[in-house]
Design a binder for this molecule. Structure first.
Ligand code: FAD
Length: 377
């Protein structure tokens, strides 16, 4: 199909910045560009009917790292890198809350807990030994002297089975992912950002002062600048160290007298669960089936379903009749380094991608830095 003159003239002519991807990063970048200059013609193209990657499919943890996750990060990155990222996640959450407001986000400061099973005593002891050091490093960031503490009350309160230890993080919270994205979409439309859904970009070619944009539908158009915010799908467009990583999630039907309240991390953050009102959301386990889950294809698999159901029945809601309402998956963007790539890719193309499992926390800041980079380039 060819573009008509009218379609080109009204929707694709004189674009100042084309943003590819309407996730949290693409939308935040559009808002930041409009704040700099409200006359910029900003178009976002999104291949899905809704944003279709991670931003509408995540767990809604407002988090900056559990103890096992931080210790694992410290094994692979310098202290400076790890705590700079904690700071970015913390500041990013404050920025998100300031932008949308806690009411829109349905933000709740219930704190977060990390679980250790009965046979993980040595792992727990190692974490417990590190709490003082981590608290000291994090205090200047959160303003809390004791971000992490060993928690004994939760063991009885939440009704778990086979869980021997909990570490509490008082500074984490939870939000409503759908309302976060609805709020960002609303703000973008209010600022006259044109969001075109159902349009996938197949390739980008530099053409001197502009970029030629080839669509999967077969037609082309031009834009002065492009910001690529495609996260886990980036390697289909550009050559960068970003791999897709699928995450599978379930939510139960409402549970009477659900005792679990707050956010819960297990196994270096690879498993996560929380209450959503009186339902329980549980996801993760991709590290157990790494090859299978290194994919940009959405889908649910029997092995992860059986792993997550086992955790529910044996540890989280033991002895309770549980009905699962819905399963879904989302795609993360990960790489060798656990930090986003925000840089000029070529003369007129900028990227803001690779948010790992942290995009609720750092998505707005990443979009804003991406916007700065576009304007500098
Ligand atoms: C199951 C799950 C749970 C998570 N839980 C949390 C959490 O609790 N806390 C947290 O901080 N983070 C969490 N994350 C991570 C967080 O959701 C992501 O880091 C964040 O949403 C990434 O935002 P983004 O805008 O970079 O990418 P995305 O939201 O993936 O947006 C990229 C968009 O680009 C579009 N796109 C891709 N290619 C093209 C193309 N060629 N043409 C047009 N459009 C294209 C996609 O359709 C998509 O909408 C979770 C992620 C998943 C999957």
């Amino acid at each position: 199909m060819q573009l008509s003159h009218w379609e080109w003239d009204s929707f694709f002519r004189d674009i100042d910045v084309l943003i590819v991807g309407s996730g949290i990063v693409g939308l935040s970048a559009a808002l930041a560009l409009k704040r700099k200059d409200k006359n910029l013609n900003i178009v976002i193209v999104e291949r899905g009917v809704l944003p279709s990657g991670a931003s509408t499919r995540n767990a809604g943890f407002a988090c900056f790292g559990s103890v096992t996750e931080l210790l694992d990060d410290l094994d692979n990155h310098s202290e400076n890198t790890v705590f700079s990222l904690v700071e970015k996640r913390w500041k990013g959450l404050q920025r998100l809350r300031a932008l949308l407001g806690d009411q829109q986000l349905q933000y709740e400061s219930l704190g977060a807990y990390e679980l250790f099973k009965s046979d993980e005593a040595s792992g727990f002891e190692h974490c417990a030994d590190q709490i003082t050091h981590l608290n000291k490093k994090i205090a200047p960031i959160t303003g809390e002297a004791e971000t992490f503490s060993i928690n004994k009350e939760g063991l009885a309160k939440f009704g778990f089975q086979g869980i021997e230890h909990l570490i509490f993080n008082r500074s984490e919270g939870q939000l409503n992912t759908g309302q976060m994205m609805a709020g960002l979409l609303h703000l973008a439309k209010e600022q006259d950002v044109n969001i075109l859904n159902g349009l996938a970009i197949a390739a980008l070619h530099e053409r001197g002062q502009s970029v030629d944009v080839q669509t999967e539908q077969g037609w082309h158009f031009n834009t002065k600048k492009v910001l690529v915010a495609t996260n886990g799908f980036t390697n289909k467009l550009l050559d960068l160290d970003v791999s897709p990583a699928r995450n599978q999630v379930l939510i139960t039907q409402p549970i009477q007298n659900l005792k679990v309240k707050g956010c819960f991390h297990y196994d270096k953050g690879y498993v996560y669960f929380r209450n959503v009102g009186n339902r329980l959301l549980l996801g993760g386990g991709r590290n157990l089936f790494k090859e299978q889950e290194t994919t940009a294809d959405f889908g649910i698999t029997e092995n992860i379903q059986s792993y997550l159901k086992g955790l529910l029945q044996d540890y989280i809601l033991p002895g309770q009749k549980i009905e699962i309402d819905r399963w879904w998956s989302g795609i993360l963007g990960v790489g060798k380094l656990k930090k986003p790539i925000i840089q000029q890719y070529s003369e007129n193309i900028t990227v803001a991608v690779r948010l790992g499992g942290m995009g609720v926390a750092i998505g707005v800041l990443t979009g804003e830095e991406g916007a700065e980079c576009v304007l500098r380039g």
